[in-house]
Design a protein around this ligand. Sequence first.
Ligand SMILES: [Fe+2]
Length: 468
Amino acid sequence: MDKTTENLGVTPEELNDDLVQQKPILLFDIREKDIFVKSHIEGSVHAVCDAQAKEKIMPKIPKNTKIVLISEPEDFAKETASMMKSFGLDAHYLEGGFSAWTGKISLGQTGKIITPDKLAQKLDSVFLLDVRDNDEFTEFQIPGSVNIPLEKLFDTKTISNIPKDKEIVTICPHGNRAMIASFALSRAGLDSQTLAGGLVGWNQFLKDVTVVTEPIKITQIQKVGKGCLSHIVESNGDAVVIDPLYPFEKYIDISKQEGFQITAVFDTHLHADHVSAARDLAKTIGAKLYLSKYEEYDYDANFVEDSDEVAFGKTKLRVIHTPGHTPGSLSYVVDEKYVFTGDILFVESIGRPDLRDNAEEFTEDLHNTLHNKLLRLSDDTMVFPTHHGDVEPIDDAFYSTIQQAKKLPWLDIPKQVFIKKVVAITRPRPMNYRKIITVNKGELELMHSQIPDLEIGPNRCAIDTGNI
Ligand SMILES: [Fe+2]
C-alpha cells in the first residue's frame, strides 16, 4: 500500500460503530451535490473539495477531529484524505466508497437549511451566526449578525456563549463553511439552520412591497441583502420598470400574477454597485429599453435626455437630467406625483458623487441637481430612490417626500461649505465596482451564474452625513 494512504481507510463496519456510538466525527461526502441529495449516509454533510475549501475550511478544522471522506468509487476520497493528512488533519476515507455502505441512508440536503425569503421574515428574532473570518466579516455583514469564525466553534468554551433561547442561523459566503459550523454545533447539542446559498444567496433575494395602489400602482422590489431598490409602475395594464435587478424573472412573475404587461424598462444611471438587469429584462420580454443619453453605454437602446417624455397606460414619465452621482444620472417623474431619483436623493441621505474621479465637479452638479431641480418639485411628490441605507422602512418600503428631503442634513448649508464637506468624504467604494461598471456599460459579458459573486458586498452609494 502507498505509504501516504496507509491506515487511512475506515471499513463500513468501523464507521457504523463510530456513528452508533455517536463519536465526534466529521463525515464529509465529496460526491457531486445532486448525487448526494438523492442518497447519502445518515449524518454526513456534503462538502466541496476545491481550492477555496483548502484555504478557508480545512485550516479551521481542529487537528484532533476525526474526518471520514466518502466518494464513489473510493479513489477521490482516498486521495483527498491523503492530502488532508499532509496538512496534519486526522483524515480518513470510507473503504469501498459509498456503494459499500449498508447502514442508514438519508435523502435531500444535510441538516436544516433556511432559505433567504424565510430568513427575511424572521430576521429580528433569530441569532445570526456569521462563521467567516474576522476580516471578511468586517468588510460587510448582515446587520445584527454575530461573528464567530468556524474554527472557534470546535471550542466548547465559545459554544457555551451562544444563546440557547433563539433559533441559530449559520452564515458564510456560499453555505459550505456554515454547513460545517452547523455540524460542529450539533456535536455540542445545539440545533441550527444554515442559510441556503450563504451571503451570496442572501444578496440575490428580491422582496416585493406594494406602496401605491391608486390611480397608478407602484411596487418596490428590494434586494434585501444589498439595500438596492427598483420599482414597477403600472397604469391601466401597462407597466414600466425602473432600475431592475437580477434575478430579473421576479418582474416577469409579478407581471404575470397581476396581469399587466411591462412595455418599457429604464435605468436611472450607469450602476457601480450591482449588475443592471435592464438589458436582459427588456430583451426577454420584448420591452423597450431606455437609458441615459449622457452615460457611456456600448450597446443600443432608446437614449433619453432632459425633458423627454414616455407615455404608458393613462400616464407618462418625464425625464430630468440630475447629474452629481454620475454625470449622466437621470430622475424620472411619473404622473407629476412620484419621482424616481436613482442614487441622487435617498430617504436618509443624498448620493455620493465620488464613484469616479473629479469629485469637486460632480459635487457642484450634485448641489445644483438637488437645489435647482429635485427640491423644486412640489412638496408632496413621493421620492423613490434606488438604494436605502440604515433607515426604518414605512410599512416595509423605503420612500419619502420632497418635503421630508428638504430637512436632510447638508441641504441647508452654503454651497461652498457643502462642496468642501462632500469632497472630503472618503468612504470605500462598492466591492468589484470597476468590473460591475464594465459589465453595465456592455463592455464585458457575464454568465448569469457569475453575477451573485460579483455583487457581494454593500451598496455604499449614499453619503454618510452622520460619520463626518
Ligand atoms: Fe449608483
